[in-house]
Design a protein around this ligand. Structure first.
Ligand SMILES: Nc1ncnc2c1ncn2[C@@H]1O[C@H](COP(=O)(O)OP(=O)(O)OP(=O)(O)O)[C@@H](O)[C@H]1O
Ligand SMILES: [Mg+2]
Length: 229
């Protein structure tokens, strides 16, 4: 099943002299159980593509389907995009957007409780995941007391705790050393290959794409694909 299908995505920012065409007819399709990388130089449109697919900032033109359901077509958003993100997508941004007045554990558990899971179960699952990410000892502290790399791993935990069908990760290993970066990539790969999510990971680092299924390359808003196996 094509979990994510985005076709001919064009995104134009501004108009007239300040117009920037960030994506030009970019098409990407990721099945359930596939893990793909999105690579390309700074300013090539990687973040813009993830923001388009998640409808945080919808495209100017194009079609987007999630699990066979059209969510964007003919310049129109067709569904409740906030519910889409809460129920079906895990998103890791370049800025971590952790909630400062909640503990690390509560930050991760929040998405579960918002989805109707009991407090006790939410906290239990979240603590387990934080332990897998080598953050168990930080669970009861506040985000502002964490290093950049620790905050990044909390953001990863928060995005994946709900086992979403689609995971969009914007440089989730940027602030991490190689070993911790690989641990994060392993969790993303497992969510794809074992839990059958469709996973798209932006990365600059070729070493991190070990075990991925494909690499998409963006260059000036144009998308091309490289098959790895
Ligand atoms: N809100 C915006 N308004 C105007 N231009 C924008 C906006 N967001 C992005 N752009 C432009 O669109 C292009 C693509 O930006 P984008 O953030 O998608 O690049 P990126 O590949 O994620 O880069 P990086 O690796 O630095 O994160 C850039 O030229 C950028 O300046
Ligand atoms: Mg970016």
């Amino acid at each position: 099943m094509r979990q994510v299908r985005a076709e001919n995505i064009t995104k134009v920012f501004g108009q007239g002299e300040t117009e920037v065409v960030a994506l030009k007819d970019a098409s990407i399709a990721v099945e359930a159980g596939e893990v793909v990388a999105l690579m390309g130089p700074s300013g090539s449109g990687k973040t813009t593509l993830l923001r388009a697919i998640s409808l945080i900032d919808p495209p100017t033109r194009g079609t987007i389907e999630i699990a066979g359901e059209k969510i964007f077509e003919s310049e129109r958003v067709l569904i409740d995009d906030r519910l889409l993100r809460r129920r079906r997508m895990g998103i890791i941004f370049q800025a971590y957007n952790l909630i400062p007045f909640l503990t690390v554990l509560e930050n991760v558990a929040l998405v579960l409780t918002l989805n109707g899971i009991s407090n006790r179960e939410s906290l239990k699952r979240s603590r387990l995941l934080l332990e897998q990410l080598d953050l168990g000892h930080r669970a009861d502290t506040y985000p502002s007391t964490l290093s950049g790399g620790e905050q990044q791993r909390v953001a990863v935990a928060r995005a994946v705790v709900n086992n979403p069908a689609v995971i969009l990760a914007d440089e989730p290993t940027a602030a991490l050393d190689t070993e911790r970066g690989k641990a994060v990539m392993k969790i993303l790969r497992q969510l794809g290959h074992e839990k059958k999510a469709a996973v798209i990971v932006v990365t600059h680092d070729e070493r991190m794409v070990e075990g991925f299924d494909r690499i998409y390359h963006l260059s000036d808003g144009h998308l091309s694909v490289e098959h790895l196996k």
